[in-house]
Design a binder for this molecule. Structure first.
Ligand code: ADP
Ligand code: CDP
Length: 446
């Protein structure tokens, strides 16, 4: 039997979720689950019973009394409520207009999420909705977030409604989608968001086949042997132990907030850089949570012994002469997509005076394309211990402070494409500066 896959596809209305989820189900032999249909089902039932769909106290008793039966036909889940299958009525206008209010009710969500999770017993699933990757199956590695610009989505939904014989105007459809998107992404309970680790696909750029190809390609990439294997764990452990002990004895190194580094999934650790001691300091402290790939200038690999060591501990060689080294960037992006942890120094090179420098433009590109959250880190004291201009190593204390995760959602809120890259770099440096300020004010104690 092939392994069980739970493919989670989220996104706003008419972004193409059901189309691609059906396609994935067909090609990968999964059961297709339209979770929106469950919320529509609850709404349909309430409208049938004449229940006020804005009043949770009226909805809950009717929902709890209703009997739901599930069955799989043509590789998709269907349900009946109290013996009636709602079918196409789920797409009716009254249901469409009321569903976001119903879906915002925590008790309804609890009911639906619990039923969705039970479907795991059916085997592999391609499930689409708003919170599949963030709430229903947060542990699945196969998370996708589909999006498309609002005009394109409204155009698609309008064409669909016209084909069903409805008479809504394009403008009305657009407004209805906007209303629903707003409710779905601002509600308190499980709002629509990009789940951490989700792979974002802008479907306005592709036809259906194109989206399916990207999605299936991503699944197949995830199933390739992990590039994490670039790290030899024994070498890594020995190097961290050795360097960590050295830093403890000589610099009394202390770490704060290391638990902010998630134990799994693609993540970037972004630290300030003032000394050669920063990579070993960050590597040794982060080791408690996970192994980390650093990026280092390729000239360090020239010495064969050093080169062999750096390769074994998973360091990515970076050609600093060539502005943005695309090969190194691609390696780092692939590692992030494979769920690895990549550490980098947004300032590019060591600070000449110990002060924070602006981020290099490449960092924004890497963060945007790697689609991973970022842990900001402030290393304090490494400049005093071994700066660019000092004669050598000093036994000064070093502290490594890990800040709260900058989520993909915050990053996406800065916009898309090239214009967002410098903003991403600025945001990261701002978070590092806040950590510096808090640490220096004595506000960070554990
Ligand atoms: N990539 C695409 N290009 C063009 N039309 C698409 C694409 N993906 C989906 N559609 C069409 O857009 C409409 C909405 O797609 P659907 O999969 O139902 O969206 P969702 O499930 O996100 O609401 C459907 O009529 C579908 O055929
Ligand atoms: N996992 C989900 C799926 C849908 N929903 C809600 O159900 C509504 C209908 O979902 P749907 O997937 O059928 O809608 P479309 O994207 O097909 O227009 C959404 O607007 C959400 O309010 C949700 O809250 N969580």
């Amino acid at each position: 039997m092939s392994k069980q896959r739970i493919i989670a596809i989220d996104g706003p209305a008419a972004s193409g979720k059901s189309t691609v989820a059906r396609e994935a189900a067909k090609r990968l032999n999964c059961v297709y689950v339209d979770s929106g249909a469950f919320y529509r089902g609850v709404t349909w039932k309430m409208l049938r019973e004449g229940v006020n769909t804005k009043n949770p106290l009226a909805v809950l008793p009717v929902l709890l009394k209703s009997k739901w039966k599930f069955e799989v036909r043509d590789r998709a889940v269907f349900f009946s409520i109290d013996g009636v299958e709602p079918g196409e009525a789920l797409r009716d206008k009254d249901v469409r207009e009321a569903v976001s209010d119903i879906a915002a009710m925590p008790a309804v969500r609890k009911f639906v999420v619990s039923n969705l999770r039970k479907l795991k017993k059916l085997g592999s699933l391609a499930m689409e909705g708003r919170d599949i990757g963030s709430v229903v199956f947060p542990k699945t590695p196969y998370k996708f977030y589909l999006d498309a610009n609002p005009e394109e989505r409204a155009k698609r939904r309008h064409a669909e409604l016209i084909a069903r014989g409805e008479t809504e105007k394009a403008q009305e459809v657009m407004e209805s989608l906007e209303r629903r998107d707003k409710k779905d992404s601002t509600r308190k309970a499980a709002p629509l968001k990009i789940a951490d680790g989700a792979y974002v696909i802008d479907t306005s750029e592709y036809d259906v086949e194109g989206v399916a190809r990207v999605l299936l390609g991503r699944i197949s990439d995830l199933e390739k042997p992990r590039s994490d294997k670039m790290i030899n764990p024994i070498w890594y452990r020995i190097a961290c132990k050795f360097l960590g002990m050295g830093l403890k004895v000589c610099n009394n190194i202390q770490a704060y907030g290391v638990q902010n580094v998630p134990k799994s999934g693609g993540v970037i650790i972004a630290s300030n850089h003032a000394s050669y001691l920063d990579p070993p300091a960050v590597g040794a402290c982060s080791r408690r949570m996970r192994m980390t790939h650093f990026m280092a200038r390729d000239t360090l690999f020239k010495n064969p012994l050093m080169g062999a060591f750096l390769h074994r501990v998973g360091v990515i060689p970076l050609d600093r002469e060539r502005g943005g080294d695309l090969k190194a960037m691609k390696t780092a992006i692939q590692l992030l997509k494979d769920g690895a942890c990549v550490a980098l120094f947004p300032e590019g090179t060591r600070s000449p005076d110990g002060n924070l420098q602006p981020a290099k433009p490449g960092i924004g590109f890497l963060v945007a394309k790697g689609a991973a959250p970022v842990v900001p880190v402030y290393v304090h004291g490494s400049y005093e211990a071994w700066s660019k201009h000092s004669d050598g190593f000093q036994r000064k204390p070093i502290n490594v402070i890990y800040g709260k995760l900058i989520t993909q959602e915050e990053i996406q809120a800065l916009g898309r494409g090239k214009a967002a890259y410098p903003l991403i770099g600025d945001l990261i440096m701002q978070r590092i500066a806040e950590l510096k300020q808090k640490f220096e004010a004595g506000e960070i104690t554990e």
